[in-house]
Design a protein around this ligand. Sequence first.
Ligand code: GLO
Ligand code: MG
Length: 362
Amino acid sequence: MSTASDYRFSFGPWNIHEGADPFGPPVRPTVEFRRKLDVYKQLGFDAVQLHDDDAVTGLDNKTWNTVQQEAKELRAALDSAGLVAEFVAPRLWEDERGVDGGYTANDAGCRQWAIERSKKAIDIAHLMGTDLIVLWLAREGTYLRESKCAAQAYNYIIDAINEMLDYNPWVRIAIEPKPNEPMDQAYVPTIGHALAIAERTSAPHRVGGLIETAHAQLAGLDASDEMAFALGAGKLWSVHLNDQNGLKYDQDKSFGSVDLRGAFNQVRVLESAQYSETGCYIGLDVKAMRTERGPMAYRHLANSKATFEMLVEKARSFPEEQASELIKSRDYESLDQLVISHLLGQPVSTKQKSHCNATQVA
Ligand code: GLO
Ligand code: MG
């Protein structure tokens, strides 16, 4: 029988961080990237998610030879830690040229820079041994709706993706949708948008998605339905599991820490699509609380992974037959309670439940 360990897990170096927020400075010491690598295997993770400049810092100002050499060194370090790179993501949003977006900037020079930088990310991915590029389209949107033409912006995004697809015939691109933050209105806010964009590119089968729980919630959507939509198209190439408490800033809370039932449903959708057999990773894009003490805060990662694994067991032991009887008889009140009881570890007998309802009606 398969177990929760069928899944392979990943996170990014940014998930171990100093704890600064817009209202306060760092509260924990900076942990050097190479030291973070030690934690991966210790916690049972298999892969590292990388921004292009996590792999090669300051890559815009380095010669190709240096970029190549540093990427190779990192790959060797990953190898010796028993790790692989899951994906490389061009980090366009921290550069001055990406202030108003990269691919959708009104300035043609900035758009060109964004495409060239993305090509470098592809080269780095190649050197790191992964074919997956993730595009979180951070500043591709508007602070002010009238500042950009949306129809044109979508065309720019498609043009940029086509250039990437042409540049390397082996690369796959997973779009990570998010509806807002840092922008007021982001282009490509949902997986529906991402997969529609994919269809308009020159190689639709090489463009898919990465779904983050909190991003779906910020769009007012159910993350498990978003995942089901992408899985149905064979295009869920990674996930960023986390949690979110209502419609506010992107919180990246530990998986299942707010909406445990929502987390269960995400795991259930992944389970029923046999996601673990696709070779894709369970990425955890979670942040440690600011209150967490140093020197290295990583319990949010260990906890999220443990919660995921417990929910895999919950999904596998879910009383499916009982549930389908209730669905058949459209007894959703009992189905609701069946799910709650199962999550609380207290299976209910449906018969008892119906009797109880009947008594109350009588
Ligand atoms: C922010 C995103 C971000 C991306 C990462 C990979 O809201 O979730 O963390 O996942 O930069 O592209
Ligand atoms: Mg993310």
